[in-house]
Design a protein around this ligand. Structure first.
Ligand SMILES: [Zn+2]
Length: 377
């Protein structure tokens, strides 16, 4: 419900430092030295091989004592508590998250439990998790459980674009799906409290529209550069849009229906292999339908999604035969108490969302037919 408490104060929050560029991780020691000397480094096995080992070698050479914790892959309460006790046993003085959204969300929670600073080193530009003072916590089985909020944003976000470019382009595309949602959602959440629990500032509005501008200008070009492993200015711009602008924009601007629908999709087991931003992309189309967007506006967003191979139809989401019963389950979760969909003005109900999901699929299929769209390889 928009501004139920009649709040008049505005809030903007952000990480203390954001650093981005090729080979940024090589210089990590100098950026991290004022956080402590004994970090707990959380990363999974694959990321350890790609960037973890060299980071540990660099930090050790600069006389840090690094405790390496293998992340098990899920941002669940059980895993977070396990990492926190590792950090406690090792007397760690700060936390490093190296990897994707789930390890970042876990490490932020671990830092909060232990009362320690946290440095976030994303290895993909697939989510807007790095900059915010909140985490999405999942069950052991990978279903959305809750948002967890912290007093502070990460101390440092260090983005190495020469590492990010080695990730499959699908990750960048997913980040684009998540980042496209930022402005679309913030615009409808403008009269509601943001994640700082106060009202949005003018700045968050400017960030949202800059984020969107970059994605429309450079999204496709950056996606192709990623496939060619080329760190170009367009690639740098989109990494920044996905990570910094989207992160600041959603946290201080607020979310609406697209992310609530994403959370609803966790009800469909067949979609668990999809990335966060891929489900959010469809959620954006569904939110535009809910907000009664004209066809020309829908087309603009659908064509941006398709230009980076994001799914906009049930078939593209891998659920061509989805039943009404399943869609109703998605709609039901999307309108759960406390969901961000309630930030929107206007009527919202399970039934209204159910129809918007079908309407989004129909609008996207119509666009595919009209435009003669074919996937380019
Ligand atoms: Zn998101």
């Amino acid at each position: 419900m928009p501004n139920p408490k009649n709040l008049t104060e505005r809030i903007f929050q952000s990480p203390s430092k954001y650093i981005q560029g090729p080979n940024a991780i090589k210089n990590a020691a100098s950026y991290l030295s004022n956080l402590g000397k004994a970090p707990l480094l959380a990363c999974d096995e694959l990321v350890y091989k790609i960037a973890g080992k060299s980071l540990i070698d660099n930090l050790t050479a600069a006389s840090f004592t690094v405790t390496h914790a293998h992340f098990n892959g899920e941002a669940s309460t059980l895993e977070i508590n396990r990492l926190a006790s590792l950090g406690k046993d090792a007397s760690s003085d700060f936390i490093i998250a190296l990897g994707g959204g789930k390890v970042i969300d876990s490490a932020k929670n671990v830092a909060d439990i232990l009362g320690l600073p946290v440095a976030v080193l994303p290895t993909t530009a697939s989510t807007d998790a790095p900059c915010s003072a909140l985490s999405v916590i999942y069950t052991e089985g990978g279903e959305f459980e809750r948002y967890s909020f912290y007093d502070k944003n990460p101390n440092i976000v260090l983005v190495d674009t020469s590492v990010i470019v080695t990730a499959p382009a699908r990750f960048l595309a997913a980040g684009i799906g998540d980042a496209v949602a930022t402005n679309v959602e913030a615009k409808l959440a403008r009269n509601s409290p943001n994640f700082g629990k106060l009202m949005p500032t003018e700045l968050s509005e400017a960030i949202g529209s800059k984020c969107e501008e970059i994605l429309f200008r450079y999204g496709r070009q950056a996606y192709e550069a990623n496939k060619a492993k080329a760190v170009t200015p367009a690639f740098e711009a989109v990494v920044e849009a996905n990570t910094l602008l989207s992160g600041l924009g959603f946290e201080s601007g607020g979310l609406a229906a697209a992310h609530a629908i994403h959370n609803g999709f966790t009800a469909i087991h067949a979609m668990h292999g999809l990335m966060h931003g891929e489900k959010v992309a469809f959620g954006v189309v569904a939110q535009l339908i809910l907000a009664n967007a004209p066809t020309a506006e829908l087309d603009r967003y659908i064509s941006l999604m398709l230009s980076v191979d994001l799914p906009v139809t049930f078939a593209q989401l891998g659920i061509p035969n989805v039943t009404d019963e399943e869609l109703r389950a998605v709609a039901k979760l999307s309108v759960a108490e406390g969901e961000t969909i309630w930030n929107m003005e206007g009527a919202i109900s399970e039934d209204i969302v159910f129809h918007a999901l079908k309407g989004a699929n129909a609008a996207s299929e119509d666009y595919l037919r009209r435009s003669g769209w074919k996937k380019l390889d």
